[in-house]
Design a protein around this ligand. Structure first.
Ligand code: SF4
Length: 484
């Protein structure tokens, strides 16, 4: 590419909302655009193409999107060649409504046809008309599309998209469709390609990873996949998200416990501790089953950190139901919990259920739950004091690092650890692994002010090179999946 070409290249920015599935899709969108000759816009500059990868799960997502779009009217007027594209779950839900409400949007595409974005942008430019294209079924598995990966050391790999469950609060099945599984060989080839590029941590991603295999009739497929990851040389850390308690088998627990590079960490959404509420959420496990899984995980991996998602104020939730949730939280001793106030999502069965819980009651319950969970998180973190932890140094985990002269990353169990730098040791790079002793425990992080060793890894080396781009499906974690 000549300098003139570079000057002429149109720039892009992708703004991502919502879950990890969207983060993953956004990397594909960036990869597709770069393949088509676009270059990433500099921070703070106005891009030629601005893509919103939207989420329909969180409250107010629609208002926020339309608010953001309206702010762009004057920006577009000032930059006549600028194009705006809206994709993701909200686009899949609102479809043509988006260009009716915001006619200055150039392209609307859905969750099933990410690959069409460059063509639609081009068509909108030539025809000077908004393009709306939404497929009802998956056109191409997103992992088969090119990608632009932000991290050299960690990557997402999708095992499946969509979900066959029908949780009454969730809009995912209607937007992402039924579950589509990738074949194990394809997944493992992607993992191997990532490892060859210097990646040492992968997170297997799916709306409900434990159901993996349902499409090709192998109930033990997920456990097998974990075990196969265990034999990939150079792959140091394997994580997955999110499992559904319904499909959680003893085989997966055994695979986790016996596969050395599968990390002692589990994020397993509870949603509610009340059997009555679980029933009306159409979550087919019950409190006893959930706690039984936790018990088995703890027996097999005593040091595992378990985290969860909880919805407060689902329609019909009584004080007794809520107390059942508090009971499970006390019993399960989660390392942390992501708590959400229930919000009505149009198009979901729960939105029209009677006995919606008032905002005040939800707020009050929220505070009680968060206070209890914070206390447990703190106690659990205090149990780490004096322990030696291996921390994979990460980008962007420690906002105060410069001021505190520490460096941050994740321990094997995914706890956030800030480690004091030791000038007598190598300066750790993102992707390197540091061994340190935990000296202080807070609710949401640990401090390790005794650094014992720095292990320079291939991931740290790879981070010093430009990241290889299209061709292989790659990704990186930054936010978690909200559902399952
Ligand atoms: S909450 Fe999770 S398991 Fe339930 S329908 Fe949504 S994606 Fe599927």
């Amino acid at each position: 590419m000549t300098t003139t070409d570079l000057e002429a290249a149109r720039t892009y920015e992708v703004r991502t909302y919502g879950c990890q599935m969207n983060v993953h899709d956004s990397e594909r969108l960036s990869g597709l655009l770069e393949n088509a000759g676009y270059v990433k816009a500099d921070e703070g500059s106005t891009p030629d193409v601005l893509v919103f990868n939207t989420c329909a799960v969180r409250e107010n997502a629609d208002n926020k999107l339309y608010g953001n779009l309206s702010h762009l009217v004057p920006v577009k007027e000032k930059n006549p060649g600028m194009q705006i594209a809206v994709g993701g779950c909200l686009a899949q839900k609102d479809q043509g409504e988006i260009v009716r409400k915001a006619p200055w949007v150039d392209v609307v595409f859905g969750t099933h046809n990410l690959g069409s974005l460059p063509v639609l942008l081009e068509r909108a430019r030539i025809e000077q008309e908004s393009q709306v294209e939404l497929a009802e079924a998956l056109v191409e598995f997103p992992s088969n599309l090119p990608t632009r990966r932000e991290s050299a050391y960690a990557a997402w790999v999708s095992v499946s998209v969509g979900c066959n469950n029908t949780c009454t609060f969730c809009i995912v099945p209607s937007l992402r469709g039924t579950e589509k599984d990738r074949r194990p060989g394809e997944i493992l080839a992607e993992v191997q390609a990532l490892v060859d590029q210097g990646v040492i941590e992968i997170t297997l991603l799916g709306q409900n990873v434990n159901a993996y295999g349902v499409e090709f009739g192998d109930q033990l497929a997920f456990g097998k996949l974990l075990r196969s990851c265990g034999s990939i040389e150079g792959l140091e850390r394997v994580r997955f998200t999110s499992p559904h308690p319904r499909d959680f088998t003893d085989d997966v627990i055994e695979a986790m416990a016996t596969t050395a590079n599968v990390m002692p960490q589990l994020h397993m959404p509870l949603q509610s501790g009340s059997n009555q509420i679980l029933k009306s959420m159409r979550r087919s496990y019950r409190q006893e089953k959930y706690l039984g899984i936790i018990q088995k995980v703890r027996a097999a991996m005593p040091e595992a950190a378990i985290s969860t998602d909880i919805i407060i104020g689902f329609p019909g939730e009584t004080e007794e139901d809520f107390e059942q949730t508090l009971y499970v939280v006390e019993q399960a001793r989660f390392a942390n919990a992501f708590t959400f106030l229930y919000s009505q999502r149009a198009g979901t069965p729960a939105a029209t259920m009677p006995n919606q819980v008032s905002r005040e009651v939800m707020q009050e319950r929220y505070q009680r739950l968060v206070a209890l969970q914070n206390e447990i998180s703190w106690q659990e973190n205090k149990r780490q004091l004096g322990r030696e932890v291996e921390v994979l140094i990460a980008l962007g985990e420690g906002r105060k690092d410069a001021a505190t002269e520490r460096i941050s990353g994740r321990a094997a169990d995914n706890r956030l650890v800030h480690v004091a730098l030791d000038p007598s040791l190598h300066f750790p790079r993102p992707g390197d692994v540091v061994t340190a002793v935990v000296t202080h425990a807070a609710t949401h992080h640990l401090i390790a002010d005794r650094m014992l060793a720095v292990r320079r890894t291939v991931a740290g080396d790879a981070g010093e090179l430009p990241i290889a781009s299209p061709g292989v499906a790659l990704g990186m974690p930054s936010i978690r999946v909200g559902s399952a």
